[in-house]
Write a protein that binds this ligand. Structure first.
Ligand code: FAD
Length: 347
């Protein structure tokens, strides 16, 4: 079930001629650096042995300091943490963040800027690239050389090897699921990297104010984050209603997993769209992915094909999901899910 490797490599003589220094643009929540940003540090580590990695954090309030110390010990390869303290960065609005990246890159002369390819990175990195007058390389899944990357194309059906031939800096967004980190192991080996504050005295304000923060609508925080969960239980249109979808939530709870959904389930209003897995949703690669009443459309597979073990339950034996499943059960989900819930022990 791996995508084929399509090589469209373009080589030029502009290889990296000087040492690498990378700025990792990180997100934090509740005083902790997000797991996907630690994956971005891991990707930065693969850019080269002599790479000096600086983590950039921004925001305001007391949790920022805690997040800075969490960043300084999140990965043994972090050599420095830079913190920008201002209300302007509290809500991850793209304009001030893009300006901040421009300011920090220009003052630090970083050869690479890396961020995880979530909604934060996808929103901010292309704008920062425009300000720096370079073209970003997005959705990177492999790094073999400082300027050579693999990224999926055609909804993940082919992998494309690209060589960055533009000017410095090289801006990347990376798929966090492709750069796994054993958080316990890296945490135990980490040194505390020094923390310093970004001088914002030259920060330009004029581009700011085009967007503003209104409110955050967040789903329950009890369950693991969909993008990083070890188990994901997904429901599709086969669930037929929001009420029935509660079975998926119950099963996920039993397994200590996150809930996912297909776009058809989201469009039908069974669940909110932040649970969507796929080409236009979240990319996941859990240890266990369970799909109930999911046909296996190419756009859905694009978001879960790298899962370690895929289990599919569908009443149609010809459903394409069975082509990527490790374990498939042809059956009625309305019989299978209640039985699973009954037989599985409580978490
Ligand atoms: P269906 O295709 O309708 O499948 C429902 C399945 O449930 C069927 O296989 C049926 O046999 C089974 N079923 C029904 N009743 C039962 C039962 N009682 N027991 C067991 N099985 C049952 N989709 C995504 O998921 N994510 C994306 O990010 C995404 N992005 C897209 C982007 C674009 C540009 C486009 C064009 C489409 C995108 N889609 C995406 C939509 C995608 O093409 C499919 O329409 C969608 O994934 C189908 O969802 P589904 O499998 O839930 O529904």
């Amino acid at each position: 079930r791996r995508a084929s490797l399509l090589s469209v490599t373009r080589y030029t003589s502009t290889a990296a001629s000087r040492s690498i220094s990378t700025l990792v643009v990180a997100e934090h929540e509740g005083g902790c650096i997000k797991a996907s940003s630690v994956n971005a540090v891991e990707a930065a580590r693969l850019l080269g042995h002599d790479n000096s990695i600086t983590v950039l954090l921004a925001g305001s309030g007391p949790s920022l300091e805690r997040a800075a110390s969490s960043a300084s010990s999140c990965h043994p390869s972090v050599s420095k943490v830079l913190v920008a303290h201002s209300d302007r960065f509290t809500h991850s609005l793209a304009e001030p963040w893009a300006r901040l990246i421009q300011l920090v890159q220009q003052s630090g002369g970083y050869s690479h800027v890396v961020a995880a390819s979530g909604s934060f990175g996808k929103n901010i990195v292309p704008r920062a690239a425009a300000l720096l007058d370079v073209s970003p390389v997005t959705d990177v899944t492999q790094i073999s050389e400082p300027l050579q990357f693999v990224r999926p194309i055609y909804a993940g059906n082919a992998l494309c090897t690209v060589r960055y031939t533009g000017a410095e800096p090289c801006l990347l967004t990376i798929r966090s699921t492709s750069f796994p980190v054993d958080l316990q192991e890296t945490g135990s080996k980490s040194n505390d990297a020094p923390i310093s504050w970004v001088d914002l005295s030259t920060f330009e304000e004029e581009s700011i104010g085009k967007s503003w923060y209104m409110k955050l609508t967040s789903q329950d925080t009890e369950r693991p984050d969909l993008g990083n969960a070890r188990v994901v239980v997904t429901g599709g249109r086969g669930l037929k209603s929001a009420e029935n979808f509660k079975m998926i939530e119950k099963l996920a709870e039993k397994l200590g997993g996150a809930v996912g959904a297909t776009r058809a389930a989201v469009d039908a209003g069974f669940v909110p769209n932040d649970l969507q897995v796929g080409q236009t949703g979240k990319i996941v690669a859990p240890e266990l992915y369970m799909a109930f009443g999911v046909s296996g459309a190419i756009q859905h597979i694009a978001g879960m094909r790298d899962s370690k073990v895929i289990v599919a339950v569908n009443k149609d034996s010809d459903a394409p999901i069975f082509q990527v499943a490790d374990y498939g059960l042809v059956g009625d989900l309305f019989e299978v899910i209640p039985e699973l819930i009954e037989k599985l022990p409580d978490k």
